[in-house]
Design a protein around this ligand. Sequence first.
Ligand code: MG
Length: 171
Amino acid sequence: MSMTRVGIGYDSHRFREGRPLVLGGVAIPHPRGLDGHSDADVLVHAVIDALLGAAGAGDIGSLFPDTDNAFRNASSIKLLERAAEEVRRLGYGVGNIDAVVVAEEPRILPHREAMRRNLAKALGVGEGSVFVKGKTNEGMGAIGGKEGIAAYAVALLVKIDSSARRAEAGK
Ligand code: MG
């Protein structure tokens, strides 16, 4: 049985007037936010899918269906906490997360450390285990035309040895 597993996540949301912009759990002052059922945190959604994919635990749509009113305007960071719990329940620890936010605007760099902190806290790992990069799309295509924001994430999970888990539980 393999001790490590990798997962990939991707998400995109359109800009929409009159919505707050939340990326990596950070409320970023911006003229437009992202459209969506929850808070539309595209970065967190990509991370959730990477985690669930790595654990073989479905995807964000199966865990948190957008037909469920419980998730209307939900904090995506809270959903990430729940996804991380599910991953732990299946016997995995988070090795590391790496993510890319593709956005023509706003600039990601000024908010990166806050995003890393929020993600790491929700996952129960150190900030050193989470990295976030911001990239523009060089003006190309829909993202380059400022129609919305996309995000990619990969997650590495490590199977926790069950005897170690028993020892941990017995502490
Ligand atoms: Mg989404």
